[in-house]
Design a protein around this ligand. Sequence first.
Ligand code: AMP
Length: 145
Amino acid sequence: MKVSQLLQAKPVSGVLSIKPGDTINTAAEMLSEHRIGALIVSTDGKQIDGILSERDIVREIGKNGIGCMSNCARDLMTSTVVACKPEDTVISLMSKMSNGRFRHMPVVDGGVLVGVVSIGDVVKARIELIEQENAALTDMIHGKV
Ligand code: AMP
């Protein structure tokens, strides 16, 4: 299975991003409103400046308190972002997420941001695949194929 198939299966297409100068408060509001775990930080919505996850915010609050809510996204974001391409396999994506210990991966096509895949999207796709394989094997055992 390819990353492009994961993107097609997502109910909402497009990418939610914030600008590097937007506040952590704005980021938290967006994460809450859209019920997501990370935002791409981008000046133009196409090039990736960084990624800001709920974990970045919680860790900073834990270390320095809620004063960070008025800081900028660029202050807390991760700038070295690991991305994938639509033609990559989901297995390679799982390996990158597992090795990097993160749950979000931007998808870049021709240098332009085209989507974000979360570990939840990957798990959902894997479960569907396993269920399809189970059904096919059960049919074979019962001589239906
Ligand atoms: P997450 O598990 O995705 O909530 O993120 C855990 C940590 O990894 C946070 O510090 C994020 O900023 C960072 N992170 C998330 N996704 C990526 C990614 N694709 N590349 C690099 N760092 C990431």
